[in-house]
Design a protein around this ligand. Sequence first.
Ligand code: HEM
Length: 201
Amino acid sequence: MKKFWDRKEKPYVLIVFLLPFFWMLGSLLLGHYFPDPGKLLMRLSGIWACVLMAAALSVTPLMKFKHLKALTRYRRFIGLSAFFYAILHLVIYLVLFAGLSWRWIRSDLLEKPYIYAGVLALVVLFVLAITSTKKMMKRLGRNWKRLHRCVYLAALAILLHLWWQVKSDTSLAVIFSVIFALLLGYRLIVNRKYLTFKRGH
Ligand code: HEM
């Protein structure tokens, strides 16, 4: 077990996290997503960003299990992967949806206000990504933890992004609402227990 979680496995972990990207790129090049590649790629990249965010938020609860403690070493990596897929989502929007036309984007923003919620989530993820290094951790000290709790703000913004754009099929919004609610609920219960324990001492 120890050997499996040795640092040497990092490049393989990177490949695993990039698999959805290569799969999307391959399918696009092979013409599987035509005639409207933008629509499907937007959905896939957005779903992968949500899945990896949920995975990053699951690391703390999973650490309760002794055998899964090694996962902490990958929390930053998983979080950065979520950011990577969110950026990919934005690039697909800018290139395949908007054709890099600012005028088109301006009129689209009027039609789809849910994009603002997506932008908010992406901005939060960006701040978390650039402050995720050991150096920033040291520099920010206690505030680092406080800042990184904003990941829950990003999760809420994503849920808003999903619910706001629902037309008839609510399945994706429901699935991620349940997942994020469970993870946030766990966090709130643990924090409350900790505070009660602290007051009692
Ligand atoms: C600059 C930031 C963002 C922009 C411009 C943006 C834009 C969009 C647009 C236009 C759609 C609808 C695509 C369609 O019509 O089929 C969409 C869907 C989606 N977005 Fe975003 N988004 C952003 C950020 C995010 C982030 C940060 C996440 C998750 C971490 C996310 C997750 C999703 C998902 C899962 C869908 C698919 C929803 C569905 O098909 O029901 N988005 N986004």
